[in-house]
Write a protein that binds this ligand. Structure first.
Ligand SMILES: NC(=O)c1ccc[n+]([C@@H]2O[C@H](COP(=O)([O-])OP(=O)(O)OC[C@H]3O[C@@H](n4cnc5c(N)ncnc54)[C@H](OP(=O)(O)O)[C@@H]3O)[C@@H](O)[C@H]2O)c1
Length: 356
């Protein structure tokens, strides 16, 4: 029996979460603690080191004795094989650089390693302090880049809005059925999308009973969406992206419209999507007349997609729903870890959504 335990322990992949006190950090911990082939060995916090994580998040009581540690890359490398960095953009790049120098595999949840083109990063986010790593990093959208992710040592995990916009568009661009100059994306996100640090715009009275657009025409996820669409369609694409803040904790609902190149029925577009995503474990296509709902994916790694062709205007309307903290962040990061580690892609991610 002892040798069986030794064997199981030996086979476990050792993981670390940097930025464990944030929303994505907590979601990573929630998923990793129940992942059958993973052991979570290190969690770090800059502002609250040396505290039981179950004290910071009582939801974790009796599920882990892990204590937050200060962020020391060499110490993390001693105890873990793969590290998830869940820090704000700008703060991540130096940390990731040090972790890569320790020969660790890294999955970064910030925007710091999502762009191939350093100029684009600089234009939208500011100076990049580890530009040499940009060529090494793989954009971690499995439905787009599965083969590259499998052999990657550094993955730039996609943003939540981009995941919700790219997944519905990919098949239609690949099949060249839409005019790529006419893509308009309207998305609404729950408030956890803005992270856990307090800001006036995110307090209860500002968000409750309210629904509003923000960063219109200038949201930083715009170039990320455009770069991923360009890599799949081969041509330069500019999109109009309008995010909205919705009075809910989690979830993103995106409604994407584009002109069809020629008349097509809803069922024909649905068949394209079904064919494209037939073997994908986390993309579910809604039947005709059924549209995605954030409550049908909450707490899960699913992205649900529905379609309606507006025959009157010749436009297709494609809608997607996902949980910004799961398929939009921590779940997708674990999906990438599974691919990088040769595990089943859905290992530890088979959660049924919490629909009510
Ligand atoms: N929230 C989402 O839905 C979502 C979705 C996709 C991607 N992301 C991305 O994931 C990353 C984390 O997002 P989040 O929403 O989890 O943010 P968050 O709730 O604000 O948490 C950020 C974490 O980073 C630590 N931190 C903050 N500033 C730091 C610094 N200068 N140096 C080191 N650590 C610092 C924080 O606490 P300590 O000071 O205790 O370490 C905290 O643990 C961001 O880059 C975000 O854009 C978020």
């Amino acid at each position: 029996m002892a040798s069986l335990f030794y064997y199981l322990e030996y086979e476990m992949i050792k993981t670390a979460v940097v930025g464990a006190t944030g929303y994505s950090g907590l979601e990573l911990i929630r998923i990793l603690l129940t992942h059958p082939q993973v052991k979570l060995t290190v969690i770090t916090s800059r502002s609250q080191p040396g505290i039981a994580i179950s004290e910071i998040f009582p939801a974790l009581k009796n599920r882990t004795n892990l204590i937050t540690e200060s962020l020391i890359p060499a110490a993390i490398a001693e105890k873990a094989d793969i590290v998830f960095t869940a820090l704000p953009h700008g703060a991540s790049m130096d940390v990731v650089n040090s972790l890569v120098e320790q020969n660790m595999k890294v999955i970064d949840l910030s925007a710091d390693f999502r762009f191939r083109d350093q100029k684009v990063y600089t234009e939208w986010y500011g100076e990049h302090k580890a530009p040499l790593l940009l060529d090494k990093a793989v954009y971690g959208l499995p439905e787009l880049n599965r083969a590259e992710i499998k052999s990657a040592t550094l993955v730039g995990n996609p943003g939540c809005y981009p995941t919700s916009a790219i997944l519905p568009l990919l098949p239609l661009l690949k099949e060249k059925v839409i005019d790529d100059k006419t893509v308009v994306i309207n998305s609404a996100s729950g408030v956890t999308g803005a992270g856990r640090s307090a800001s006036t715009g995110n307090i209860f009275c500002e968000v409750n009973e309210s629904f509003k657009p923000y960063k219109v025409g200038e949201h930083r996820h715009t170039p990320e969406i455009e770069e991923a669409l360009k890599s799949s369609s081969g041509s330069e694409i500019k999109v109009t992206f309008t995010p909205h803040l919705a009075p809910m904790n989690r979830g993103i609902l995106s409604t994407v419209t584009a002109n069809l190149k020629e008349g097509m029925s809803t069922s024909k577009i649905l068949n394209i999507l079904k064919g494209f995503y037939e073997h994908e474990p986390f993309v579910r296509i809604c039947p005709e007349g059924v549209y995605p709902d954030t409550s049908d994916v909450r707490g899960s790694n699913y992205c649900d997609i529905g379609v309606k062709v507006d025959e009157r205007t010749g436009r297709v309307v494609i809608m997607s729903a996902l949980d910004n903290l799961v398929k939009g962040a921590a779940g997708q990061a674990v999906q990438n870890m599974n691919l990088m580690s040769g595990l089943g892609e859905d290992a530890g991610l088979r959660h049924i959504p919490i629909s009510i």
